[in-house]
Design a binder for this molecule. Structure first.
Ligand code: SF4
Length: 458
């Protein structure tokens, strides 16, 4: 009997799947858009690269709101120029607000960039990247909004929480803001689609969802029947399994009594309002075209506190806006001190190309802007520290996000009011609700000890 040895058949070579790395700059909506882009590319056969160096495709989802964010993108693109020379198969894409505003000039300034894709075209990034395979350099900056593909739930970075974009663009024309230029007019996602997405996320383990919109309080005005944000919140909050629902960002002129009453009536709706004041001076607010006065802002705050027990407020501020005098700045300081915000985000004004404020002289010296920035932050720090310390002994109900960024041996999470709480505990508590006894505080966080699992609604 002859034995025949059979050599193993040569393995068919399987082409390696392209690896994509994406970095998002700017707001939470950009982070979510980046998740959608990566989810779509995974669906099309890409793999996620852990680092930029390991990627065959590097994408930047950019922000134009501040110069600093743009500078960081240009610096990262500069660093990739050499790598592209050594490896011409590397593909590089610039997406989002910078792409929308600067379009072709990015391709001119950065000849190693393969794709420039604006704010309304990113859902088609897969097709655009296909076109670059043959060396085509693609510019896709369209006026027509492309609907994002159905969400790829497996691409979610956190199981316990999620973000959902409910509208894009803004119909306000605040003179310092590039959003209306790069994001266009308000376009709301149909109510049923938002509700279906929130239900799908809750079914996939998300216990906290944050609805996103540049000016979310005007949600629905462009939809048939004009559903309100309040109605949307009521429907989304009913998603089985969902325990917390948030929304950002609010324009003071669009906050309604219906919205506040809805927030006050349902414990699943978190008592937190990010409602930028920007300034406490009426002449400055007028030059910003914010469409409210400081007195009106105070009234809305009072109404919010009356209708939503325990509500916490956060504000953005611009210091050094054109023509801002010391008295104008003192008015901002006064408003901040009076309202006692939980958090203030302070920005020094810088001229953004494409905004109406470019017509105003940027006449506040840099050192004055820095000084005002410092004074506003110092006032907020004093308020936050005092209010947080007064909470010693309280029990906070915390949804655990994971290890604290500053001290990975401890856990960090947030209360319904969006207050950060840091405490010791095992990593396995990520995504669970805990009762934490507050033992200390800084301006930035409460510190404490876990007492057990929080029951009921977080
Ligand atoms: S409401 Fe907000 S997004 Fe709209 S223009 Fe003003 S600052 Fe920009």
């Amino acid at each position: 009997m002859n034995a025949t040895a059979t050599a193993p058949a040569p393995a068919a070579s399987v082409p390696r799947r392209p690896r994509v790395h994406m970095a998002a700059f700017g707001c939470q909506m950009n982070v979510l858009d980046a998740e959608v882009v990566v989810g779509e590319l995974l669906r099309r056969g890409y793999e996620r690269a852990a680092t930029e160096d390991a990627a065959d495709v590097v994408l930047f989802h950019t922000c134009s709101v501040r110069q600093h964010a743009e500078d960081r993108v240009w610096s990262r693109l500069g660093a990739l120029r050499r790598r592209k020379k050594l490896d011409p198969s590397l593909r590089i894409g610039v997406l989002g607000c910078m792409a929308q505003r600067d379009g072709r000039s990015i391709l001119v300034r950065a000849p190693h960039v393969d794709v420039v894709c604006g704010t309304r075209m990113f859902p088609r990034i897969g097709e655009l990247l296909d076109r670059t395979r043959e060396g085509e350099r693609v510019l896709a900056v369209d006026e027509v909004e492309c609907l994002p593909p159905p969400r790829n739930l497996s691409a979610r970075p956190d199981r316990h929480k999620a973000f959902v974009t409910v509208m894009r663009g803004c119909d306000h024309r605040c003179t310092f803001c590039i959003v209306p230029t790069v994001r266009g007019p308000e376009v709301s996602v149909p109510e049923d689609d938002v509700v279906a997405e929130v239900e799908a996320l809750a079914g996939d383990g998300a216990v906290e969802v944050t609805l996103l919109g540049q000016n979310i309080d005007s949600y629905g005005r462009d939809l048939p029947g004009q559903p309100t944000l309040a109605r949307l919140l009521r429907r989304c909050a009913a998603a089985p399994g969902l325990r917390r629902l948030r929304f950002i960002t609010s324009h003071p002129g669009d906050v309604t009594e219906e919205l506040l009453d809805t927030m006050g009536a349902d414990p699943r709706l978190c008592p937190y309002l990010h409602m930028p004041a920007q300034s406490g001076s009426d002449p400055v607010l007028k030059r910003m075209a914010r469409k409210y006065t400081a007195a009106r802002y105070r009234e809305i705050v009072a109404e919010a506190r009356r209708r939503v027990p325990g509500i916490e407020l956060a504000s953005d501020w611009i210091v050094g806006f054109p023509g801002e005098t010391e008295a104008d700045f003192e008015a901002s300081l006064g408003l901040l001190r009076e309202v006692e915000f939980q958090t203030s985000y302070v920005f020094q004004y810088s001229t953004r190309p494409g905004t109406p404020a470019t017509r105003l002289a940027d006449d506040v010296p840099g050192e004055v802007k820095r000084d005002r920035n410092h004074r506003l932050l110092a006032a907020q720090t004093e308020i936050s520290e005092r209010r947080n310390r007064a909470r010693a002994g309280e029990i906070a109900e915390v949804l655990v996000d994971g290890p604290s960024e500053r001290d990975s041996s401890r856990l960090s999470g947030r209360t319904r009011e969006n207050q950060v709480v840091v405490f010791p505990g095992p990593a396995a508590w990520r995504g669970t609700f805990r009762r934490v006894r507050v033992t200390g505080a800084t301006a930035a966080a409460l510190y404490g000890e876990a007492e057990g699992l929080a029951a009921g609604r977080g």
